[in-house]
Design a protein around this ligand. Structure first.
Ligand code: CDP
Length: 222
C-alpha cells in the first residue's frame, strides 16, 4: 500500500466530492469519485437510449468497458474509450444515477472498478457506501452531513444560477427525493459506518473541513 484509504460518505451535495479532492491534494493522494461511475452509466444509458429497458440495460452494461486511470489529483474515467463531459453534472444525470445505483448489476460492476482503482491505497474516495461496502477496512471513515437548505444553496451556486426562492425549493425537493431513494434502497444504502466520524459542514468553511480530515488522516498513518 502506498498510503491509507480515506473514505468519505454522506448525502447528496454534502460537500463530499470537493472535500475528497482537496484532502487528496493535501496528502498527495488521488481523489476517487464513486458517484462519477454511476453518473457515467446513467449518461451512457440516456444518450444511447437503453436506460428505460431493464433487459437491454443488463445486456449493454455487460458490454461497457470502464477504465480508470490514476492521474493526480484524480482518476480519468473512460467508458468505451470516451471521456464523459459536462453532461455528468446535469441534475437529470444525478437523478437517473440514483435510479441506476439501486440495481445489483450496476453496483457489482462499480464495486469491481473502485476496488481495482484503490488497490494500492493513497486515495480519498467519496460516495454513499465507501466506508460500509467498498472499502470496509479504510483506515479513516468520515460521514459528512449538512442541512438540506445549505446543501441546496451550494448546489445552486455550483450550477452558477441565481439562488432565488423558487430554485432553492426545486433543489431541496430534488435532494430530498434522491436522499430518500439512496437511504431506502436494499443494496448498499446510504449509511454511516459505526466507526465513521461525522462532521456537520453546515457552518464550516471547506478549509475547516479539509483541515480536520487531513489532521485525522495524518494521525492514522497518511
Ligand atoms: O455529488 P452528489 O452527492 O450529488 O452525487 P454523486 O455522489 O455524484 O452520486 C450520484 C448518485 O449515485 C447518488 O444519488 C447515488 O444514488 C449514487 N451513488 C451510490 O449509490 N453510491 C455511491 N458510492 C456513490 C453514488
Amino acid at each position: 500500500m502506498n498510503g491509507i484509504i480515506v473514505a468519505i460518505d454522506g448525502p447528496a451535495a454534502s460537500g463530499k466530492s470537493t472535500t475528497a479532492r482537496r484532502v487528496a491534494q493535501r496528502l498527495d493522494y488521488c481523489h476517487l469519485n464513486s458517484g462519477l461511475l454511476y453518473r457515467t452509466i446513467a449518461w451512457l444509458g440516456l444518450r444511447d437510449d437503453w436506460i428505460h429497458d431493464s433487459d437491454r440495460f443488463a445486456y449493454e452494461l455487460e458490454r461497457i468497458r470502464i477504465t480508470m486511470e490514476r492521474r493526480s489529483p484524480g482518476f480519468i474515467v473512460r467508458a468505451n474509450g470516451e471521456i464523459p463531459g459536462d453532461e455528468l453534472t446535469a441534475p437529470q444525470t444525478a437523478i437517473r444515477a440514483s435510479h441506476v445505483a439501486a440495481r445489483l448489476d450496476v453496483r457489482e460492476r462499480v464495486l469491481e472498478v473502485l476496488r481495482a482503482a484503490g488497490l494500492n491505497g493513497g486515495i480519498a474516495c467519496d460516495g454513499r457506501d465507501i466506508g460500509t461496502v467498498v472499502f470496509p477496512d479504510a483506515a479513516l471513515k468520515i460521514f459528512l452531513v449538512a442541512s438540506v437548505e445549505e446543501r441546496a444553496r451550494r448546489r445552486v451556486a455550483d450550477h452558477g444560477v441565481e439562488p432565488d426562492r423558487e430554485r432553492l425549493e426545486l433543489e431541496i425537493s430534488r435532494l430530498r427525493e434522491r436522499d430518500a431513494r439512496d437511504s431506502a434502497r436494499d443494496l448498499a444504502p446510504l449509511l454511516r459506518a459505526p466507526e465513521a466520524i461525522e462532521i456537520d459542514t453546515t457552518r464550516l468553511t471547506p478549509d475547516e473541513v479539509v483541515d480536520e480530515i487531513v489532521g485525522l488522516a495524518v494521525e492514522r498513518g497518511a
